[in-house]
Design a protein around this ligand. Structure first.
Ligand code: MN
Ligand code: MN
Length: 470
């Protein structure tokens, strides 16, 4: 009698990449979607499904911890699903989203932190193609958000974002209370760091001179504005002994206080985004209709800042890269009719191009090792954000795998992407590398440029920050 296969899936002959090194090995997966062996020469016929990965890299699925996916609505029923699908095409197997006001959360749910979480969970249930989770946005308009933090943590939402600017941003006193609360509840506060006084003066200074074009958005929020905001937030975190995470770091003025704070504390973290690594402020010299594509906050910076960010990724000042994906469309949310920059929706799409940009601009150009890239895109995001079964190709982890052809060459085009925006800021950029296959928990989701997964396959990730309880 023939014995039945012992594995559900074996990915055979690829180069498996982990933080510790890369080697040729077979990856075996059980019927529960977990990795059960990573070793050379697993016997033929030992799996129900065999995939030949010869000549390909086998990477852990990318984890994008900073997205602003929109919620589905009657008018746009596929808005959330479609961006989850786009993420999969790019090699992302798990994403975390924020529930900012304006991304689909109803007015009624914006008054309480818990209501915003409840509504987001209900309206995303059964919709995602890949695994997903929520980081909840805390605003100045919410009624006593501190009192809702324990409930949020219990609901699997232990990471929160607060803003130091915008009408929904919090003041220093509120920021302090939020840092104390997240410290006490084994949570983590992510902070959008810009100095409110400097930003308001910067905007006023531009408008008073009649400088209202999209390019003047960048002039209104210089690097010093981000640097001062970052220093201020880090000082409060240090004073209360709280962990802190700086989102979308774009410049050396923010890197310097982060590096200093990291030397003093083991719980200071920071991310940058692919647009700060691949693009620069020269975009704002283009015609308004082009410049508006890169109206984001913080803005794109000078080319010298780009080099500083790569160096910070390599030396550990920056812990990870995430997209800050905003699927605004030039034809809709970002439509330009000559309005002043203060009335242009901020943000740019990126959920599908994270691995492409970081591999091509980072690894292929010799700025990062392959192993460091895997750390920045998978292993560190998993560990820091409480995705304990994800982020690495090793026994016991979810079989979230990307088969990646590092030799491929292609050009990024909006027409080839699947996200719900109608453009990409990387239009026309030539990249090295291409995703050939994607697996989420052992389930094939992308095969040679085709979606073969299923809407609703993605599981909500009930997260707990295990490292905060240690
Ligand atoms: Mn932000
Ligand atoms: Mn953001």
């Amino acid at each position: 009698m023939l014995s039945s296969p012992i594995f559900d899936l074996v990915v055979r002959g690829g180069t498996v990449v982990t933080v510790d090194g890369s080697w040729q090995a077979d990856v075996a997966v059980d019927a529960g979607g977990r990795i059960v062996a990573v070793e050379q020469g697993l016997p033929a016929g030992s799996a129900r499904r065999e995939v030949d990965a010869t000549g390909l890299l086998v990477l852990p699925g990318v984890i994008d911890v900073h997205t602003h996916t929109r919620l589905a609505s009657d008018e746009e029923p596929d808005r959330f699903f479609q961006d989850s699908l786009a993420a999969a095409f790019g090699g992302t197997t798990t994403f975390l989203s924020f529930n900012n006001p304006g991304t689909g959360i109803s007015e009624a749910a914006q008054g309480r932190l818990r209501d915003g979480i409840d509504e987001w969970l209900q309206r995303t249930a059964g919709d995602s193609a890949i695994d997903y989770g929520l980081s909840a946005v805390i605003t100045a308009q919410q009624d006593d958000p501190v009192s809702d933090i324990p409930a949020a943590v219990a609901m699997g939402v232990p990471t929160f974002k607060a803003f130091m600017v915008y009408d929904f941003g919090v003041d220093e006193r509120a920021l302090r209370r939020l840092l104390e609360a997240t410290r006490d509840q084994a949570a983590l506060l992510q902070v959008h760091c810009e100095d409110r006084t400097m930003l308001e003066a910067g905007i006023r200074g531009q408008l008073d001179q009649g400088r209202t074009a999209p390019a003047h958005h960048a002039d209104s929020r210089p690097t010093a504005c981000e640097g001062t905001g970052t220093t201020g937030a880090l000082e409060i975190a240090a004073a209360v002994g709280a962990p802190i995470y700086a989102v979308h770091v774009s410049c050396a003025d923010a890197l310097a206080p982060l590096a200093a704070a990291k030397r003093d504390s083991g719980v200071v973290f920071a991310e940058t985004c692919p647009h700060y690594l691949a693009l620069d402020a020269s975009r704002y010299a283009l015609p308004d209709e082009e410049a508006i594509r890169c109206v984001i906050s913080p803005p794109l910076r000078a080319a010298s800042q780009v080099d500083a960010l790569w160096a910070a990724l390599a030396d550990g000042t920056l812990d990870l890269v995430a997209t800050d994906h905003v699927p605004d469309r030039l034809a809709v949310e970002k439509r330009y009719a000559g309005q002043p920059f203060t009335e242009i929706s901020n943000g740019a799409p990126g959920i599908e191009t994270l691995l492409a940009v970081v591999y091509s601009e980072g690894v292929a150009r010799g700025r990062l090792s392959l192993e460091r890239m895997v750390d920045l895109l998978s292993t560190t995001p998993a560990g820091l954000f409480g995705l304990e079964h994800k982020g690495s190709i090793e026994m016991g982890k979810d079989a979230d795998l990307v088969l990646f052809d590092s030799a491929a060459r292609r050009t990024l085009r909006a027409g080839d992407l699947h996200h719900t925006s109608d453009y990409t800021p990387y239009e026309g950029i030539a990249v090295r590398g291409a995703v050939r296959g994607v697996y989420v928990r052992g389930n094939e989701v992308i095969r040679d440029g085709t979606f073969v997964g299923r809407r609703g396959f993605g599981h909500f990730q009930h997260r707990e920050l295990v490292w905060r309880r240690a």
